[in-house]
Design a protein around this ligand. Sequence first.
Ligand SMILES: C[S@@+](CC[C@H](N)C(=O)[O-])C[C@H]1O[C@@H](n2cnc3c(N)ncnc32)[C@H](O)[C@@H]1O
Length: 253
Amino acid sequence: MPEVLVIGIGPGHPDQITVQAVEALNRADVLFLVDKGAEKRELIAMREEICRRHIRDPQGYRTVEIADPPRDRNPADAAAYHGVVADWHQARAERFEAAFAEHLAPGEVGALLVWGDPALYDSTLRVFDRIALPLDVTVIPGVTSINALTAGHRIPLNRIGEPIHITTGRRIAGGLPDGLDSAVVMLDAGFTAAQLSDPDLYVYWGAYVSTSDEVLIAGPLAEVAGHIAATKEKLRAEHGWIMDTYLLVRRTS
Ligand SMILES: C[S@@+](CC[C@H](N)C(=O)[O-])C[C@H]1O[C@@H](n2cnc3c(N)ncnc32)[C@H](O)[C@@H]1O
């Protein structure tokens, strides 16, 4: 049965990768790279730096690109969105399966490099569930962008004994869910929290966290929201892309 390693490679810094992930990278004969077309040069460069830094034998592996199937980015409603995502996962599974069947010789080990941790807002493991080809899959956890955000701000993620909510920009528009005072927001195209009027919210925001381009801003949301939104636009224009994450905390005295 072909062996495939799904390796979390952390949020960008080449040192924020576990020893287990480094050993897994060194076991791989074939690195399967998902070509997202629009993937930014800097992201590819960071992934290449991780391989250069950690793979001991540069001749000991080969790379195979898997083109990402096209996806409708503007479905009409939530039901259409779920349909679009399911179709996209299925199309991805068929491409992964074909690539593994074609490029992994008997006894060889394949690897997929996943940004951050494969369990957090990443479709790779769901796609694997749809692959019919019997595979021996091992998942190597990675440092998440949330870990890098809280480390950058030198803060704990949760308040003592309290839960933490992790959500997307689209779903924070209505505010924190009832009964919750802390939320991490990911995948936010704009800075949706700027719409929230709760005067007790404090924000810890970070872009390109863990990388040499990291930018961190923290403060009462009402005071810093405009600054974060403007900084985000400026950084996006400078880099051509942006990845940012933030923690919202309701300050109760
Ligand atoms: C598709 S999710 C992938 C999350 C990833 N699996 C993880 O463990 O962090 C992409 C989102 O992760 C966050 N993200 C990933 N890397 C980041 C970074 N270096 N700095 C800030 N946010 C990051 C952003 O919210 C981005 O929109």
